[in-house]
Design a protein. Structure first.
Length: 482
C-alpha cells in the first residue's frame, strides 16, 4: 500500500493510521512541531509501528520540535519515533512520570539527534540513576548544538549532579550550553559546590535556575564565588533557606560582576540586615534590572534600607517586595522613594499588612512619579507602563495630527469649491445680463431705425403738381372720405 510515495505494510495498517500521523508522513509536510499530550488513542504506538513497518523507502519525519506530555505509551515507542526525526532541534518530554528506565530506553535513540538544541525532562522521576545515564549519553554524544537542559523536579541529589557536572564542564557542551535548569531537586550544599566548578569551567552559561534545592548559605557562598567571573545573566536562588549571610556573599557579586541582570531570592530567610546589604550593593550596580526578594522577612526596618536602594538606583525595572511583613511604618520610607524613582516599571508590594493610610501613600507617590509604572498592591494593579503610555500618547498624537490635517484639507477643498461655484454663478449672471442688454439694444436700434426711415421717406416724398397733383388730391380726399 503506497501513501504519497511511502509504503505502508498492509491495507489494515493504513486504516489504523490517525489523521495527524498521515499529515506527518506527507512528503510536502513542512517542518514544524509535533505535539502529543495525554495520548489515550494510541497515536504514538500507531506512529512508531507505521514508521518501522517493512517498506521499500525509509521514512523520515519532517519535525524540528516534539512536545510529549502525560505519555501513556511505552517509552520504547517514543524512542522509535525520535529515531526517525533526524532534524529534531527541541525535545520536551515533561510530566511523563518515567524513571531511570525511561532514560535508559531513550538514550540510544537520542544519540542520533546530533542537532538537538533544547532537551527537557522536567517533572520526571529519573533520580540519580537517570542523571548518571544521561551523563553517560552526553559523554558519548556527538551533539555540538545543545543550548538548554531542563532537569527540574527530577529527584536528583548531589550524587547525580556530580555525575552531570563532570560532563557539562567538558567539550563540546562547555562551548554550547547556555541555560541550565535544576529547579526543585535535592542538591544541597554539596551539589551546589559541584555545580560551582561547572560555572567556573563553562563560561557560556547565561541562565541558571537552582530554586528549591536547599543549598543554604554554604551553597550560596560557593555559587557566589563562581559567579564573580562568569557570563551568567539570570540567577534563580529562591526557596533555598538562604539567610542574610548568604545575601552578603551574593552582594559581592553584584558589586563586581556587571553581567547579572536578574536575581531571584524569593521565599528565603532574608531579614533587615540582608536588605541593608542589597541596598549597599545596588548603589554600585548599574546593570541589575530585576530583583525578587518577595516572601522574606524584611519588615519595616528592611523596607527602610530598600527605600535607599529605590531612591538611589536608576536601572532597576522590576522590584518584588510582596509578603515581607512591611507595614505603614515601612510605607513612610518606601512610598516617597518610589515617588522620585525614574526607572521602576513594576513595584510589587502585595500581601503586606498596609492599612488604608499606607496604601494612600503609595497611590499618591504613583501620581507624582516622573515615570508612570505598575504598582501591584492589595491584589490590584495600579498605573501603566511608561513605555506603553508614551507609545499610546504618541500614536494618539499622530492620529489627532492626521485627523486635523484631513479636516483642514477638506475645509480648503470646500472653500475652493465654493469659490469656484460663486465665480461660475457670477460669470453666468454676467453673461446673461450682457446677452439681455445686447438683445435689447439690437431690438431698439432696429425699431427706431425703421420708424425714422419711414418718416424720412415720408418727408422726402414730393407732392405731385399740375393736373396729376390735382388728381392725387382728389383721390386722396375721396379715399379719406370713404
Amino acid at each position: 500500500m503506497a501513501l504519497n510515495g511511502r509504503f505502508l505494510a498492509t491495507e489494515e495498517e493504513f486504516q489504523r493510521v490517525p489523521h495527524e500521523v498521515l499529515e506527518l508522513l506527507h512528503p510536502e509536510h513542512k517542518e514544524g512541531t509535533f505535539v502529543l499530550e495525554n495520548d489515550r488513542t494510541g497515536t504514538l504506538d500507531t506512529l512508531s509501528h507505521t514508521l518501522h513497518a517493512p517498506r521499500k523507502d525509509p521514512v523520515r519525519l519532517r519535525v524540528t520540535a516534539a512536545v510529549v506530555r502525560e505519555l501513556r505509551s511505552d517509552l520504547g515507542q517514543l524512542g522509535m519515533v525520535v529515531e526517525k526525526c533526524p532534524n529534531l532541534v527541541s525535545l520536551y518530554l515533561e510530566r511523563n512520570e518515567f524513571r531511570s528506565e525511561g532514560v535508559e530506553a531513550l538514550s540510544p535513540k537520542l544519540q542520533t539527534c546530533t542537532a538537538l538544541g533544547h532537551l527537557s525532562l522536567k517533572r520526571n522521576y529519573i533520580g540519580d540513576k537517570g542523571a548518571m545515564l544521561l551523563a553517560q549519553l552526553m559523554s558519548k554524544w556527538r551533539n555540538k548544538s545543545l543550548k538548554s537542559l531542563y532537569l527540574g523536579y527530577c529527584n536528583i541529589s548531589a550524587v547525580g549532579v556530580k555525575e552531570l557536572c563532570g560532563v557539562l564542564s567538558r567539550l563540546p557542551l562547555a562551548m554550547t550550553l547556555t541555560r541550565l535548569d535544576l529547579t526543585a531537586n535535592f542538591l544541597k550544599e554539596e551539589g551546589a559546590a559541584a555545580l560551582a566548578k561547572v560555572l567556573g569551567a563553562n563560561r557560556r552559561i547565561k541562565t541558571l535556575h537552582l530554586c528549591g534545592n536547599a543549598i543554604e548559605d554554604g551553597g550560596c557562598k560557593a555559587i557566589s564565588e563562581a559567579l564573580k567571573d562568569t557570563a551568567v545573566e539570570t540567577v534563580g536562588l529562591g526557596q533555598n533557606q538562604i539567610t542574610d549571610v548568604g545575601v552578603r556573599h551574593l552582594c559581592e557579586v553584584l558589586k563586581t560582576n556587571p553581567a547579572v541582570t536578574s536575581l531571584s531570592l524569593k521565599s528565603n530567610l532574608v531579614e533587615a540586615q540582608g536588605g541593608m546589604y542589597l541596598s549597599s550593593a545596588m548603589r554600585a550596580n548599574n546593570r541589575l534590572k530585576v530583583l525578587d526578594i518577595s516572601n522574606n522577612r524584611l519588615g519595616d526596618s528592611g523596607a527602610e534600607h530598600v527605600a535607599g536602594l529605590v531612591r538611589a538606583n536608576s536601572t532597576l525595572e522590576k522590584l518584588h517586595l510582596g509578603d515581607n511583613a512591611i507595614g505603614d511604618a515601612g510605607a513612610r520610607f518606601l512610598a516617597p522613594a518610589y515617588g522620585v524613582n525614574g526607572s521602576l516599571a513594576l513595584l510589587d508590594i502585595d500581601v503586606n499588612p498596609f492599612t488604608q493610610e499606607g496604601m494612600d501613600r503609595f497611590l499618591a507617590a504613583l501620581k507624582t512619579r516622573p515615570d508612570v509604572g505598575i504598582l501591584h498592591m492589595g491584589s490590584h494593579a495600579y498605573g501603566a507602563l511608561l513605555k506603553q503610555r508614551v507609545e499610546a500618547e504618541k500614536a494618539a498624537e499622530v492620529k489627532r495630527k492626521h485627523k486635523a490635517e484631513e479636516e483642514a484639507r477638506a475645509r480648503a477643498e470646500e472653500e475652493r469649491a465654493a469659490q469656484e461655484r460663486e465665480k461660475e454663478m457670477k460669470e453666468r449672471e454676467r453673461r446673461h445680463n450682457t446677452n439681455k442688454e445686447d438683445f435689447s439694444n439690437v431690438r431698439k436700434k432696429v425699431d427706431t431705425g425703421n420708424i425714422r426711415l419711414k418718416i424720412e421717406k415720408k418727408k422726402e416724398a414730393p407732392n405731385p403738381e399740375g393736373p396729376v397733383g390735382e388728381l392725387f388730391k382728389h383721390w386722396s380726399g375721396a379715399g379719406q372720405g370713404q
